[in-house]
Design a protein around this ligand. Structure first.
Ligand code: 0X9
Ligand code: ZN
Length: 414
């Protein structure tokens, strides 16, 4: 027993945890070309973690830039920024303080109003999928790079014929913790309101909803155990010691042509080839196998409060642009109806930035017309460190947007 305890303590001591004492998140407001150049120079000379947009190449005039500055560079960055007359706001004074505040005291069991570790999500998946076999089942779509099982939940009344379906994934990006929290909330709500809520009942009677609670499980686990700010997968690429590929730059949709990096050390690394990431391959395979039935693809990210649709790899408008815009606006206004939270809708490239290799564009291009990316709360006050107290209101309002889209899909099956 004592030996095990000792081993446990040694393992704990060896598991390196990245801390962020004194590190800041700044909002820069470039309004002139010189400001944009300065931000790009900054990014080229030191290691800055872009929160939004997610890389220096995406910086443009009049769009706020949220950056996390490591402690070692704070003096240099403030000197550089002071020499310009760019407006700067401190969003987060001390990142470690905000991380600790968000993590807080966590319950020992799974909770819909807390951020659950992967272990808790995994046991929740096992428990919930056996709780109501008339309405929910699970299937494996493969394993992650580090060997964790990717389990897909299927919600819907059992039927002898194949039903049209909606596919939703959460947690493509590891640090966007509100996203997996939403997928868990959605499953609970769907099961508990079937039979009483007429829309949910009709949806699950006529369609199936596939939910992948955590897409990038290895990354998500890493954010809980080692580095809260990790975004990418945890895969190795030959020829570099930098780990991870951006799983939202790795799809076969204008792959690596814009808003993505071929540098493995970048946060937006597109990978060594299309679908180099096994997690992307597993989901893409599932979408390809079931594309005749999948009528909508929803992918949940954070933050910025946006409902986006294709395209992001080009400024060209999608063939279904006007319908997608109408649906996205309808979803945003349904969401706003609950607490007044404002969302912006539009095609990815024009609304945030051009970025190729994303899952939404891929799903659309293989024929899934209703393809949407959600960027949940907030607009930067907490960013990825959204307090657990906001999980419930965020999920409740997001349910309204998702249900709005689902109703439209159901009424417009193709
Ligand atoms: O850049 C992304 O992957 C998404 N934003 S995030 O801050 N969550 O990283 C936006 C994705 C929009 N869609 C595509 N780029 N295809
Ligand atoms: Zn994301």
């Amino acid at each position: 027993m004592k030996v095990f305890l000792l081993f446990g303590l040694v393992a704990l001591a060896l598991a390196e945890v990245t801390r962020f004492e004194g590190e800041k998140v700044l909002r820069l407001k470039p309004v002139m070309d010189e400001h944009v150049v300065l931000i790009r120079e900054l990014a080229a000379s030191i290691e800055v973690d872009f929160w939004s947009p997610d890389s220096a190449e995406m910086v443009t005039i009049d769009i706020d830039v949220d950056i996390h500055v490591p402690a070692a560079y704070l003096d240099l960055v403030s000197t550089m920024l002071q020499q310009s007359d760019m407006e700067i706001e401190v969003l987060i004074e001390d990142l470690q303080v905000s991380i600790d505040a968000q993590t807080g005291p966590t319950p020992r069991t799974h909770s819909y109003t807390n951020y659950n570790s992967w272990d808790k999500v995994q046991s929740w998946i096992a428990a919930i999928s056996t709780s109501n076999s008339a309405l929910i089942s699970k299937q494996s779509i493969g394993s992650t790079y580090e060997g964790r099982p990717m389990t897909l939940l299927k919600l819907g009344k059992k039927s002898s014929v194949t039903k049209p379906a909606i596919f939703m994934d959460c947690g493509i990006h590891a640090r966007e913790w509100i996203s997996p929290a939403f997928c868990q909330w959605f499953v609970k709500e769907a099961l508990s309101t079937y039979g009483s809520d007429s829309q949910m009942t009709s949806l699950l009677d006529q369609m199936d909803v596939y939910v992948l609670p955590v897409f990038n499980i290895d990354g998500y686990d890493y954010t809980h155990k080692s580095n809260r700010m990790w975004r990418k997968t945890r895969s190795r690429t030959s020829g570099t010691s930098c780990l991870g590929t951006d799983p939202n730059r790795n799809w076969n949709a204008g792959w690596c042509t814009t808003g993505a990096s071929s540098n493995p050390c970048s946060e937006t690394f597109c990978g060594s080839k299309v679908e180099s990431e096994v997690e992307v391959r597993n989901v893409a395979d599932f979408l390809r196998r079931n594309k005749a039935d999948i009528k909508a693809y929803l992918t949940i990210h954070s933050y910025s409060q946006l409902v986006l649709f294709p395209y992001s790899y080009t400024y060209d408008l999608a063939a279904d642009h006007s319908e997608l815009l109408k649906v996205a606006e309808g979803a945003s206004s349904a969401l706003r109806g609950l607490y007044g939270t404002r969302y912006t809708s539009g095609p990815g490239a024009a609304t945030i930035y051009p970025a190729a290799g994303g899952s939404d564009d891929y799903a659309y291009d293989i024929g899934v017309k209703y393809s949407f990316t959600f960027e949940l709360r907030d607009t930067g006050r907490y960013g990825f460190l959204l307090p657990a107290s906001q999980i419930k209101p965020t999920c409740m309002e997001t349910m309204l947007a998702i249900k709005y889209i689902a109703a439209h899909v159901q009424e417009n099956l193709y």
